[in-house]
Ligand binder design. Structure first.
Ligand code: NDP
Ligand code: MG
Ligand code: MG
Length: 330
Protein backbone atom coordinates (compact mmCIF):
# COMPACT_ATOMS: atom_id res chain seq x y z
CA UNK A 1 0.00 0.00 0.00
CA UNK A 2 0.83 3.67 0.21
CA UNK A 3 3.54 4.70 2.66
CA UNK A 4 2.20 7.10 5.25
CA UNK A 5 4.58 9.19 7.36
CA UNK A 6 3.82 10.54 10.80
CA UNK A 7 5.58 13.00 13.12
CA UNK A 8 7.97 10.30 14.32
CA UNK A 9 9.19 9.82 10.72
CA UNK A 10 9.92 13.53 10.27
CA UNK A 11 13.08 15.34 11.29
CA UNK A 12 12.18 18.88 12.40
CA UNK A 13 15.87 19.76 12.70
CA UNK A 14 15.68 20.13 8.90
CA UNK A 15 13.89 23.45 9.57
CA UNK A 16 15.75 24.54 12.70
CA UNK A 17 18.13 27.44 12.26
CA UNK A 18 16.75 28.04 8.77
CA UNK A 19 15.42 31.40 7.70
CA UNK A 20 11.90 30.67 6.48
CA UNK A 21 9.82 32.99 4.31
CA UNK A 22 6.17 32.45 3.49
CA UNK A 23 4.85 34.52 0.59
CA UNK A 24 1.13 35.25 0.92
CA UNK A 25 -1.03 35.40 4.01
CA UNK A 26 -4.34 34.15 2.62
CA UNK A 27 -6.11 30.85 3.10
CA UNK A 28 -2.98 28.66 3.08
CA UNK A 29 -0.38 31.33 3.91
CA UNK A 30 -1.80 32.33 7.28
CA UNK A 31 -2.14 28.68 8.34
CA UNK A 32 1.42 27.65 7.38
CA UNK A 33 2.91 30.80 8.92
CA UNK A 34 1.08 30.63 12.24
CA UNK A 35 1.57 26.89 12.72
CA UNK A 36 5.31 27.19 12.01
CA UNK A 37 5.69 30.21 14.28
CA UNK A 38 3.99 28.40 17.15
CA UNK A 39 6.41 25.51 16.60
CA UNK A 40 9.24 27.96 17.32
CA UNK A 41 10.46 28.40 13.75
CA UNK A 42 11.81 31.66 12.33
CA UNK A 43 9.14 32.88 9.89
CA UNK A 44 9.07 36.08 7.84
CA UNK A 45 5.95 36.85 5.80
CA UNK A 46 6.38 38.40 2.35
CA UNK A 47 3.55 40.49 0.85
CA UNK A 48 2.80 43.53 -1.26
CA UNK A 49 2.63 46.71 0.76
CA UNK A 50 -0.60 48.29 1.96
CA UNK A 51 -2.79 45.20 1.60
CA UNK A 52 -5.28 43.69 4.02
CA UNK A 53 -2.99 40.68 4.42
CA UNK A 54 -0.12 42.99 5.40
CA UNK A 55 -2.14 44.34 8.33
CA UNK A 56 -3.32 40.88 9.40
CA UNK A 57 0.16 39.34 9.39
CA UNK A 58 1.56 42.34 11.29
CA UNK A 59 -1.18 42.09 13.91
CA UNK A 60 -0.40 38.37 14.28
CA UNK A 61 3.13 39.34 15.30
CA UNK A 62 5.08 38.49 12.14
CA UNK A 63 7.96 40.37 10.62
CA UNK A 64 6.35 41.41 7.33
CA UNK A 65 8.40 42.55 4.36
CA UNK A 66 7.77 43.26 0.71
CA UNK A 67 8.20 40.12 -1.39
CA UNK A 68 11.65 40.93 -2.80
CA UNK A 69 13.05 41.81 0.65
CA UNK A 70 11.44 38.79 2.29
CA UNK A 71 13.15 36.49 -0.23
CA UNK A 72 16.64 37.97 0.34
CA UNK A 73 18.64 35.72 2.64
CA UNK A 74 15.86 33.15 3.09
CA UNK A 75 16.82 29.45 3.13
CA UNK A 76 13.28 28.30 2.31
CA UNK A 77 10.64 30.30 0.43
CA UNK A 78 7.10 28.88 0.47
CA UNK A 79 5.06 30.46 -2.34
CA UNK A 80 1.41 30.76 -1.28
CA UNK A 81 0.17 33.58 -3.48
CA UNK A 82 -2.54 32.94 -6.12
CA UNK A 83 -1.42 30.52 -8.86
CA UNK A 84 -2.02 33.00 -11.69
CA UNK A 85 0.34 35.57 -10.09
CA UNK A 86 3.19 33.25 -9.16
CA UNK A 87 5.11 33.25 -12.45
CA UNK A 88 5.33 37.04 -12.74
CA UNK A 89 6.16 37.49 -9.06
CA UNK A 90 8.78 34.74 -9.42
CA UNK A 91 10.46 36.46 -12.37
CA UNK A 92 10.34 39.95 -10.87
CA UNK A 93 10.76 39.56 -7.10
CA UNK A 94 11.77 36.01 -6.24
CA UNK A 95 14.38 34.71 -8.71
CA UNK A 96 16.66 37.79 -8.62
CA UNK A 97 16.76 37.69 -4.80
CA UNK A 98 16.88 33.96 -4.17
CA UNK A 99 20.13 32.96 -2.49
CA UNK A 100 22.38 30.27 -3.90
CA UNK A 101 21.17 26.79 -2.91
CA UNK A 102 17.83 27.91 -1.46
CA UNK A 103 14.68 25.79 -1.37
CA UNK A 104 11.43 26.97 -2.89
CA UNK A 105 8.15 25.33 -2.06
CA UNK A 106 4.53 25.29 -3.20
CA UNK A 107 1.09 24.34 -1.94
CA UNK A 108 0.01 23.24 -5.42
CA UNK A 109 2.14 22.03 -8.34
CA UNK A 110 0.57 24.17 -11.10
CA UNK A 111 3.42 26.55 -11.99
CA UNK A 112 6.24 24.03 -11.73
CA UNK A 113 4.41 21.22 -13.50
CA UNK A 114 3.28 23.40 -16.41
CA UNK A 115 6.73 25.05 -16.52
CA UNK A 116 5.44 28.58 -15.91
CA UNK A 117 8.21 28.77 -13.31
CA UNK A 118 11.55 27.21 -14.26
CA UNK A 119 13.94 27.62 -11.33
CA UNK A 120 17.71 27.80 -11.58
CA UNK A 121 19.71 24.57 -11.28
CA UNK A 122 20.94 25.32 -7.74
CA UNK A 123 17.40 25.65 -6.35
CA UNK A 124 15.64 22.74 -4.61
CA UNK A 125 11.90 22.49 -5.29
CA UNK A 126 9.32 20.76 -3.12
CA UNK A 127 5.60 20.82 -2.41
CA UNK A 128 3.50 20.49 0.73
CA UNK A 129 -0.16 20.35 -0.25
CA UNK A 130 -2.58 20.05 2.66
CA UNK A 131 -5.69 18.19 1.55
CA UNK A 132 -8.06 20.75 3.02
CA UNK A 133 -8.70 24.49 3.00
CA UNK A 134 -6.35 26.76 4.95
CA UNK A 135 -8.75 27.54 7.77
CA UNK A 136 -8.95 23.81 8.53
CA UNK A 137 -5.14 23.53 8.48
CA UNK A 138 -5.08 26.22 11.14
CA UNK A 139 -8.05 25.07 13.24
CA UNK A 140 -7.08 21.39 13.41
CA UNK A 141 -3.52 22.37 14.40
CA UNK A 142 -4.87 24.46 17.28
CA UNK A 143 -7.03 21.53 18.36
CA UNK A 144 -3.99 19.24 18.43
CA UNK A 145 -4.59 17.37 15.18
CA UNK A 146 -3.89 18.23 11.54
CA UNK A 147 -4.92 17.93 7.91
CA UNK A 148 -3.25 15.14 5.88
CA UNK A 149 -0.60 16.50 3.51
CA UNK A 150 0.81 15.43 0.16
CA UNK A 151 4.53 16.01 -0.28
CA UNK A 152 6.56 15.94 -3.48
CA UNK A 153 9.99 16.86 -4.79
CA UNK A 154 10.69 18.18 -8.29
CA UNK A 155 14.36 19.23 -8.05
CA UNK A 156 16.82 18.07 -5.45
CA UNK A 157 20.33 19.56 -5.89
CA UNK A 158 20.72 19.76 -2.07
CA UNK A 159 19.88 16.07 -1.78
CA UNK A 160 17.44 16.35 1.13
CA UNK A 161 14.39 18.11 -0.30
CA UNK A 162 12.03 15.27 0.68
CA UNK A 163 13.29 15.43 4.27
CA UNK A 164 12.68 19.18 4.31
CA UNK A 165 9.22 18.72 2.80
CA UNK A 166 8.28 16.11 5.42
CA UNK A 167 9.58 18.36 8.21
CA UNK A 168 7.45 21.22 6.86
CA UNK A 169 4.37 19.03 6.58
CA UNK A 170 4.94 17.86 10.16
CA UNK A 171 5.45 21.41 11.45
CA UNK A 172 2.09 22.54 10.04
CA UNK A 173 0.29 19.56 11.64
CA UNK A 174 0.20 17.05 8.77
CA UNK A 175 2.25 14.45 10.65
CA UNK A 176 -0.49 14.08 13.24
CA UNK A 177 -2.84 12.58 10.65
CA UNK A 178 -0.58 11.44 7.81
CA UNK A 179 1.87 12.60 5.16
CA UNK A 180 1.81 10.92 1.75
CA UNK A 181 4.36 11.14 -1.05
CA UNK A 182 3.28 12.12 -4.53
CA UNK A 183 4.69 13.88 -7.59
CA UNK A 184 4.07 17.37 -8.94
CA UNK A 185 2.34 15.87 -11.98
CA UNK A 186 0.00 13.61 -9.96
CA UNK A 187 -0.96 16.34 -7.51
CA UNK A 188 -1.49 19.03 -10.14
CA UNK A 189 -3.50 17.02 -12.65
CA UNK A 190 -5.70 15.22 -10.13
CA UNK A 191 -6.32 18.45 -8.20
CA UNK A 192 -7.45 20.29 -11.34
CA UNK A 193 -9.54 17.35 -12.53
CA UNK A 194 -11.24 16.92 -9.16
CA UNK A 195 -12.17 20.56 -8.71
CA UNK A 196 -13.42 20.95 -12.29
CA UNK A 197 -15.25 17.71 -12.92
CA UNK A 198 -16.52 16.73 -9.51
CA UNK A 199 -16.10 19.04 -6.53
CA UNK A 200 -16.83 22.49 -7.92
CA UNK A 201 -17.76 22.45 -11.61
CA UNK A 202 -19.67 19.20 -11.62
CA UNK A 203 -21.48 19.55 -8.29
CA UNK A 204 -22.48 23.18 -8.73
CA UNK A 205 -23.83 22.65 -12.25
CA UNK A 206 -25.74 19.57 -11.09
CA UNK A 207 -27.35 21.52 -8.24
CA UNK A 208 -28.10 24.56 -10.41
CA UNK A 209 -29.65 22.65 -13.28
CA UNK A 210 -31.67 20.48 -10.87
CA UNK A 211 -33.01 23.68 -9.28
CA UNK A 212 -33.87 25.09 -12.72
CA UNK A 213 -35.75 21.99 -13.84
CA UNK A 214 -37.97 22.04 -10.75
CA UNK A 215 -38.66 25.79 -10.74
CA UNK A 216 -39.24 25.91 -14.53
CA UNK A 217 -41.79 23.11 -14.03
CA UNK A 218 -43.63 25.38 -11.59
CA UNK A 219 -42.44 24.06 -8.24
CA UNK A 220 -41.80 26.38 -5.33
CA UNK A 221 -38.17 27.59 -5.36
CA UNK A 222 -38.06 26.94 -1.62
CA UNK A 223 -38.65 23.22 -2.11
CA UNK A 224 -36.30 23.19 -5.07
CA UNK A 225 -33.54 24.82 -3.04
CA UNK A 226 -33.90 22.43 -0.10
CA UNK A 227 -33.91 19.33 -2.32
CA UNK A 228 -31.24 20.26 -4.86
CA UNK A 229 -28.84 22.35 -2.80
CA UNK A 230 -29.30 22.52 0.94
CA UNK A 231 -29.42 18.77 1.49
CA UNK A 232 -26.23 18.16 -0.46
CA UNK A 233 -24.18 18.76 2.68
CA UNK A 234 -26.14 16.24 4.71
CA UNK A 235 -25.54 13.55 2.09
CA UNK A 236 -21.88 14.43 1.62
CA UNK A 237 -21.30 14.41 5.40
CA UNK A 238 -22.53 10.80 5.55
CA UNK A 239 -20.21 9.78 2.69
CA UNK A 240 -17.32 11.64 4.36
CA UNK A 241 -17.89 9.74 7.60
CA UNK A 242 -18.45 6.25 6.27
CA UNK A 243 -18.33 5.99 2.51
CA UNK A 244 -21.15 5.37 0.04
CA UNK A 245 -22.64 2.42 1.96
CA UNK A 246 -23.07 4.45 5.16
CA UNK A 247 -24.90 7.16 3.22
CA UNK A 248 -27.11 4.59 1.50
CA UNK A 249 -27.92 2.82 4.76
CA UNK A 250 -29.11 6.12 6.18
CA UNK A 251 -31.44 7.20 3.35
CA UNK A 252 -34.82 5.56 2.72
CA UNK A 253 -35.14 2.51 0.46
CA UNK A 254 -37.14 4.78 -1.82
CA UNK A 255 -34.21 7.15 -2.12
CA UNK A 256 -31.72 4.31 -2.53
CA UNK A 257 -33.77 2.66 -5.30
CA UNK A 258 -34.05 5.97 -7.16
CA UNK A 259 -30.35 6.61 -6.61
CA UNK A 260 -29.31 3.39 -8.45
CA UNK A 261 -31.97 3.78 -11.13
CA UNK A 262 -31.39 7.43 -11.99
CA UNK A 263 -27.71 8.17 -11.33
CA UNK A 264 -26.53 6.50 -14.57
CA UNK A 265 -29.26 8.30 -16.57
CA UNK A 266 -27.76 11.64 -15.51
CA UNK A 267 -24.08 10.77 -15.55
CA UNK A 268 -24.12 8.93 -18.88
CA UNK A 269 -21.36 7.37 -21.00
CA UNK A 270 -21.30 10.69 -22.86
CA UNK A 271 -20.66 12.47 -19.57
CA UNK A 272 -17.76 10.12 -18.91
CA UNK A 273 -16.39 10.86 -22.38
CA UNK A 274 -16.65 14.59 -21.64
CA UNK A 275 -14.70 14.01 -18.41
CA UNK A 276 -11.96 12.33 -20.44
CA UNK A 277 -11.88 15.40 -22.69
CA UNK A 278 -11.45 17.65 -19.65
CA UNK A 279 -8.59 15.45 -18.46
CA UNK A 280 -6.89 15.70 -21.87
CA UNK A 281 -7.05 19.52 -21.74
CA UNK A 282 -5.54 19.46 -18.26
CA UNK A 283 -2.76 17.06 -19.30
CA UNK A 284 -1.87 18.97 -22.46
CA UNK A 285 -1.57 22.28 -20.58
CA UNK A 286 -4.47 23.81 -22.54
CA UNK A 287 -6.48 24.49 -19.39
CA UNK A 288 -3.46 26.11 -17.71
CA UNK A 289 -2.85 28.35 -20.73
CA UNK A 290 -6.53 29.33 -21.03
CA UNK A 291 -6.69 30.18 -17.31
CA UNK A 292 -3.56 32.34 -17.50
CA UNK A 293 -4.73 34.04 -20.73
CA UNK A 294 -7.97 35.05 -18.99
CA UNK A 295 -5.94 36.48 -16.09
CA UNK A 296 -3.70 38.44 -18.49
CA UNK A 297 -6.76 39.87 -20.29
CA UNK A 298 -8.16 41.20 -16.99
CA UNK A 299 -10.22 38.10 -16.12
CA UNK A 300 -13.19 38.71 -18.48
CA UNK A 301 -14.39 35.10 -18.20
CA UNK A 302 -14.14 34.96 -14.40
CA UNK A 303 -15.92 38.31 -14.05
CA UNK A 304 -18.72 37.40 -16.47
CA UNK A 305 -19.40 34.12 -14.67
CA UNK A 306 -19.36 35.72 -11.21
CA UNK A 307 -21.97 38.22 -12.46
CA UNK A 308 -24.10 35.53 -14.08
CA UNK A 309 -24.25 33.49 -10.86
CA UNK A 310 -24.82 36.55 -8.65
CA UNK A 311 -28.03 37.18 -10.61
CA UNK A 312 -29.24 33.58 -10.62
CA UNK A 313 -32.46 32.85 -8.71
CA UNK A 314 -30.79 30.04 -6.84
CA UNK A 315 -28.64 32.53 -4.92
CA UNK A 316 -31.56 34.81 -4.03
CA UNK A 317 -33.63 31.93 -2.62
CA UNK A 318 -30.60 30.59 -0.78
CA UNK A 319 -29.92 33.92 0.92
CA UNK A 320 -33.53 34.06 2.18
CA UNK A 321 -33.55 30.47 3.43
CA UNK A 322 -30.25 30.73 5.26
CA UNK A 323 -31.82 33.46 7.42
CA UNK A 324 -34.05 30.71 8.82
CA UNK A 325 -30.97 28.73 9.85
CA UNK A 326 -29.15 30.84 12.43
CA UNK A 327 -26.73 27.99 13.20
CA UNK A 328 -25.09 28.52 9.82
CA UNK A 329 -22.10 30.77 10.42
CA UNK A 330 -21.81 33.96 8.37
P1 NDP B 1 -5.38 33.35 -1.28
O1 NDP B 1 -6.00 34.03 -2.42
O2 NDP B 1 -6.23 32.95 -0.11
O3 NDP B 1 -4.22 34.27 -0.67
C1 NDP B 1 -3.25 34.83 -1.49
C2 NDP B 1 -2.28 35.67 -0.65
O4 NDP B 1 -1.27 36.18 -1.52
C3 NDP B 1 -2.95 36.88 0.00
O5 NDP B 1 -2.38 37.05 1.28
C4 NDP B 1 -2.55 38.01 -0.94
O6 NDP B 1 -2.48 39.23 -0.25
C5 NDP B 1 -1.17 37.57 -1.34
N1 NDP B 1 -0.70 38.17 -2.58
C6 NDP B 1 -1.43 38.42 -3.71
N2 NDP B 1 -0.66 38.97 -4.64
C7 NDP B 1 0.57 39.05 -4.12
C8 NDP B 1 1.81 39.55 -4.61
N3 NDP B 1 1.90 40.06 -5.85
N4 NDP B 1 2.88 39.50 -3.79
C9 NDP B 1 2.79 38.99 -2.55
N5 NDP B 1 1.63 38.51 -2.03
C10 NDP B 1 0.55 38.55 -2.81
O7 NDP B 1 -4.57 32.09 -1.84
P2 NDP B 1 -4.73 30.55 -1.43
O8 NDP B 1 -4.18 30.39 -0.04
O9 NDP B 1 -6.07 30.06 -1.76
O10 NDP B 1 -3.73 29.87 -2.48
C11 NDP B 1 -2.33 29.89 -2.32
C12 NDP B 1 -1.74 28.62 -2.92
O11 NDP B 1 -2.18 27.51 -2.16
C13 NDP B 1 -2.15 28.36 -4.36
O12 NDP B 1 -1.05 27.76 -4.99
C14 NDP B 1 -3.29 27.35 -4.21
O13 NDP B 1 -3.46 26.54 -5.35
C15 NDP B 1 -2.78 26.55 -3.04
N6 NDP B 1 -3.80 25.81 -2.28
C16 NDP B 1 -4.87 26.47 -1.78
C17 NDP B 1 -5.82 25.81 -1.03
C18 NDP B 1 -6.90 26.56 -0.32
O14 NDP B 1 -7.41 26.03 0.65
N7 NDP B 1 -7.30 27.77 -0.72
C19 NDP B 1 -5.76 24.34 -0.84
C20 NDP B 1 -4.52 23.76 -1.30
C21 NDP B 1 -3.60 24.48 -2.04
P3 NDP B 1 -3.27 40.57 -0.72
O15 NDP B 1 -4.20 40.20 -1.85
O16 NDP B 1 -3.98 41.03 0.53
O17 NDP B 1 -2.20 41.47 -1.16
MG1 MG C 1 -6.91 23.33 -6.50
MG1 MG D 1 -35.84 14.16 0.08
Amino acid sequence: GTTVYYDADCDLSKLEGKKITVLGYGSQGHAHSLNLKEGGFDVTVGLRKGSKSWDEATEAGFTVKETADAVKGADIVMILIPDELQAEVYAKDIAPNLKEGAYIAFGHGFNIHFEKIVPREDISVFMVAPKGPGHLVRRTFQEGSGVPCLVAVEKDPAGDAMEVAKAWASAIGGGRSGILETTFRQETETDLFGEQVVLCGGVVELMKVGFEVLTEAGYDPVNAYFECIHEMKLIVDLIYEGGLATMRSSISNTAEYGDYLTGPKIITPETKEAMRGVLKDIQSGKFADDFLADYKAGQPFLKEKRQEFANHGVEKVGAELRKLMPWIKK
